[in-house]
Design a protein around this ligand. Sequence first.
Ligand code: HPA
Length: 274
Amino acid sequence: MPGDLLKRTDETIRYIRLKTGLQPEIGLVLGSGLGALGDRLEDPCIIPYEELPHFLKSTAPGHQGRMIIGRLKGKTLLCMQGRFHYYEGYTMPQITYPVRVMARLGIKTLILTNACGGLKGEFSPGDLMLITDHINFMGMNPLIGPNEDDFGPRFQDMTTAYTPALAALARKTAAELGIPLREGVYLGYSGPSFETPAEIRLFQSFGASAVGMSTVPEAIVARQSGLRLLGLSCVTNLAAGILDQPISGEEVIEAANKAGEKFIRLLTEIIGRI
Ligand code: HPA
């Protein structure tokens, strides 16, 4: 219901505080097949989404559907093992609700991760990509509707959506760890069907480097909420038509799982340095 966002977020936050007694400083959304980092948190306090007031059910494969609050490299993290997608039939305000909660909970930095299809011939499955900017091709915007001014301005600036200082930190950390890190523009597509080769050619002509079915709505709300934002993608496949082979959801999860250790090493070190 519009108009009661304040009340709802407060109810969710009260439950998190009561259950954990912790004040997280960094939010981390783990994408398809990338949930394993959540299992590395120390002294974890786990809250399944079903338990959390006003949270939705996670229906996407490779998304465990739970919040884990715990410590990693001396930081207190709120980790979402699984997110909500537009293609699940939820509304944009529904899928971005967790970001509203994190911001009101006092989190200052949000890290959004995802599995994506590479649009560049030189990309390979398993590559990690720093998101430098995005294109909203979902045909929807999470800020549409009555604006609740307590949560930020309606006409949100998106000039530097992905915080340059965090991008610089990610580049430097990857270089020091010897982990190759690609970078580029992420294009958000509603899904759940994968794209056609004609759509992929269009997206390439837009200057996008990767395509996926998440992240963009959360990034918009994160910026409206004043959060510092870092976006990291795992390229799980080359997008439709680049190779002469079909794409499957299973392949996406499998490739993300395979890249998991490298992804965890990089992300853990970045978190320690934030
Ligand atoms: N397209 C859209 N979303 C994706 C893809 C893709 O090729 N791979 C992983 N997520």
